[in-house]
Ligand binder design. Structure first.
Ligand code: IMP
Ligand code: MG
Length: 191
């Protein structure tokens, strides 16, 4: 496997916040925590794509429970100047989640808008339970009150890329998580 340093995109990072090894270790531990939390129950995982694709793929392989997987895509609200900044769910779930234990997985909890919208939508579908799991949490950025049940790493208020997180759809394939060099963050098209 190529090291993070061998990725050309690595040169665009000002710093690495979470290494590939850190991620692997933490994801393994989170998988164990989730398996213990749910006992013998089946889990219906709902992954928020695209950002959570890599995290979801790795985490699922560390969960020993029976798992059903569905994905939802959320419209980006960050570039919109006219809307009220409310994330919209694009498309619908394919699985029936009534009376199921739902675990929502996202890459990062930032303002909290995305997950609070998705959680209230899921609640309307009468699941047995709803929990959330995020790899990263920028607690200092919260605009709506929201805490995730499971968090991989707390990170400072910096725009990060890698391991699923993008800047204008790029850098998702970086194996580590890092902060882009300031000159590459202009204009700030958070997607
Ligand atoms: P929230 O609705 O503000 O909590 O934002 C959640 C979404 O914003 C995440 O799923 C990401 O797609 C995106 N996001 C927030 N912070 C970052 C970041 O630092 N890098 C890349 N995407 C981010
Ligand atoms: Mg996202």
């Amino acid at each position: 496997m190529p090291s993070a340093e061998q990725f050309p995109a690595h040169a665009d990072l000002a710093s690495v916040l979470v290494t590939e090894a850190d991620i692997r270790k933490r994801v393994r531990k989170m998988g164990k925590e989730i398996s213990a939390l749910y006992g013998d129950e089946e889990i219906t995982v709902i992954s928020l794509i695209n950002g959570a694709v890599l995290f979801t793929a790795d985490l699922l392989r560390e969960i020993t429970n029976p798992v059903r997987l569905d994905c939802i895509r959320i419209s980006s609200y960050r570039n919109e100047t006219t809307s009220n900044g409310k994330p919209q769910v694009l498309g619908s779930l394919t699985l029936d989640i009534a009376n199921r234990h739902v675990l929502l997985i996202d890459d990062i909890l930032d303002t909290g808008k995305t997950l609070s919208v998705v959680v209230s939508l899921i609640h309307k579908l009468n699941p047995a339970s709803v929990r959330t799991c995020v790899l990263l949490d920028k607690r200092g950025r919260r605009e709506v009150e929201f805490e995730s049940d499971l968090v991989g790493f707390q990170i400072p208020d910096k725009f990060v890329v890698g391991y699923g997180l993008d800047f204008a759809e790029r850098y998702r394939n970086l194996p580590c998580i890092g902060v882009l060099k300031p000159n590459l963050q202009n204009p700030p098209e958070w997607a």
